[in-house]
Design a protein around this ligand. Sequence first.
Ligand code: UD1
Ligand code: CA
Length: 450
Amino acid sequence: MARSCLTIVLAAGEGTRMRSRLPKVLHPVAGLAMVTHVLRAAAHAGASAQAVVTGPDGAAVVAAVREDAPDAACFVQQERLGTAHAVLAARQAIAHGHDDILVLFADTPLTRRATLQRMRAALADGADVVALGFRAADPTGYGRLIETDGRLVAIREHGDCSEAERAITFCNGGIMALAGRHALSLLDAVGNANAKGEYYLTDIVAIASGRGLKVVAVEAPEEETIGVNTRAELARAEAIWQARRRREAMEAGVTLTAPETVFFSHDTEIGGDCVVEPNVFFGPGVVLDEDVRVRSFCHLEGCRIGPRTTVGPFARIRPGTRMAPGSRVGNFCELKNAEVEAGAKINHLTYIGDARVGAAANIGAGTITCNYDGVNKHHTDIGAGAFIGSNSALVAPVTIGDGAYVASGSVITEDVPAEAMAVARGRQANKPGYARAIRARGLASKRAGE
Ligand code: UD1
Ligand code: CA
């Protein structure tokens, strides 16, 4: 039977180093709050129950957690007395008796599911306490993993280390996995006789080791353990996340011409043989099917782009847009809530909002769907094979029938029947010789003014 697993995420706010009204752990990486990254990684690693510990002012964090993980139990740590004390705020959840307990920090968003799974595998293998170690380029500030004869015997916080211990570069990443049956007794044994006077979660390593329990370290790359305390560290976490995602996309058969200039969201889905040219931003909710070419300088969010389509360069695709196979959106076009059917072409300088563009329809340069009357939004329906001449305004609600033809420069306020031609603009009048007369008049008045 699968082992049950409780995740406890420590999310108490700390100070103001982010200089933000938004709680630190709600700052997004790839468009998703850090605390949600952590909860999702744990869920993917098989967590069957989740608990979040916030500070007394954690209402906004609780609301965000509930949105993504409605079953998570939320606890409040009234006073900030240390990480072991924070874990014990979730005593009630721990007391349910889970096989595995994972303790994670909400400000450490880059830990991979596979790493959490390795920590759980160590528990399944008989370990009672598992620490996550990493080799620190600069270990200052981190707890050090103290080993004797290859066994992990203690984690010493930086402030409590001897000179010799400070030379150790094998550091504590912060995340811990505990055997549920020992968790409460280990946590209750933690004292606060240390440099900071805090109840350190890390002390359970020495306590467990002293009791003859099995304590091991699992190693992970440093980037998985980075914590975010400042905006600069947030940017670094974002950069690491993006670098990973680009690598994954390329491994999955996507061409990124200049990978470092393409930005994904946490939920971007991108099919094989897509090509993404330089300087493209994917906001949340984008799905690209196979064989899509996104040309330079596009911004996409909340859309589904079908196979064998081309978007851009310089296109903005907004939420609710769907592009069917073989359709095309070109430069300086904005689409919002638009259903673009197979083979339709919207090539230049156009706004299509709240509209359907029928199969193989052609939308001329400068076409605007006037979807908003200042109060309400209205729908434009463009039939299959319709041709909309350049610089036309389609004042919604309006329907252009299948195969209809709208003359350039029209302002269309009434429905156009299928196969009809609509022209809605002033008629052209040519006045022979008038150009010369106008110039003469102009010159005369200029001279009179001198
Ligand atoms: C912690 C580890 C250290 C490790 C480092 C990795 C402990 C005692 N130390 O140190 O060994 O190298 O992480 O980044 O665990 N928190 C609470 N309530 C508290 C105190 C902390 O919820 O009373 C939360 C914080 O919000 C934070 C996490 O626990 O998310 C870690 O606390 P922090 O004070 O940042 O510990 P570090 O000094 O970074
Ligand atoms: Ca920290």
